[in-house]
Design a protein around this ligand. Structure first.
Ligand code: ADP
Ligand code: MG
Length: 232
């Protein structure tokens, strides 16, 4: 088994949709204990990059590496088993299952298949009260985002990929999310966040990559990259 702390790396990733180049040679490292953020305008290729890392899209060129291992050709479910967990921009919970059942599915699909990890994830996300027995259908967006995150964490991932985790959350929910993500990074998880909320990115990320038209055009510490972006 690979060590608990491991980096996910993209090298020279290229993706074309028909004649259109969506990723034009992207390099990026997602390191243990760090929050790495990808920002950029709509259409920049952020979700395409995310799909290549998660295994839901096969790049036409370049490689994805987990530690020393080339996982470019591994499908998503096999990457989940290796400890790469993700959440979905469009929420993807099972509506007829309860909150706790949804989270246990994540434990079964994950790296360790440890039911205790599901309980820990429920507690970490504040879902261990009466809400654990509620069907997911009809729960508010903020709660469903926490169910998604708990489901991802229930597999004890080493790498956590989050596409727009703050979408649809109110300010106190964003603050609570930031606290959880910071704690995960402090525990050694490698986090990648694709996010529109630049205040959250500035608050959370160690390294920020700015994508434009399929390329990373600027990378660096959050304070420097975002300051430049705002023209400060
Ligand atoms: P972002 O997440 O940064 O908004 P995307 O990765 O979703 O960007 O999209 C990058 C570009 O690729 C956009 O121009 C988008 O229209 C195009 N695109 C995304 N998915 C597809 C697809 N399945 N088929 C054709 N073009 C696509
Ligand atoms: Mg997107």
């Amino acid at each position: 088994r690979a060590p608990l702390s491991v980096s996910l790396r993209a090298r020279g990733l290229r993706v074309g949709y028909g004649g259109f180049t969506a990723l034009d040679g992207v390099d990026l490292d997602v390191r243990p204990g760090r929050v790495t953020a990808v920002v950029g305008p709509n259409g920049a290729g952020k979700s395409t990059l995310f799909h290549c890392l998660a295994g839901t899209l096969r790049p036409s060129g370049g490689r994805v590496l987990l530690g020393g291992r080339d996982i470019t050709r591994l499908p998503a479910h096999a990457r989940t088993r290796l400890g790469i967990a993700r959440t979905f921009q469009q929420l993807a919970v099972f509506p007829s299952l309860t909150v706790a059942e949804n989270v246990r599915v994540g434990a079964e699909q994950g790296r360790t298949a440890d039911p205790e990890a599901a309980e820990r994830a429920l507690r970490l996300l504040g879902l261990d009260g009466p809400v654990r027995a509620f069907p997911a259908a009809g729960l508010p967006t903020g709660t469903l985002r926490r169910v998604e995150l708990a489901r991802a964490l229930a597999g004890s991932p080493r790498v956590l990929l989050l596409d727009e985790p703050a979408a649809g959350l109110d300010a106190p929910e964003v603050t609570a999310l930031a606290r959880v993500l910071r704690a995960l990074a402090a525990d050694g998880t490698a986090l990648l966040v694709v996010e529109h909320d630049l205040d959250l990115v500035a608050d959370l990320a160690h390294t920020v990559h700015v994508m434009v038209a399929g390329r990373v055009v600027t990378s660096g510490p959050a304070d420097r990259v975002l300051e430049r972006r705002y023209g400060g």
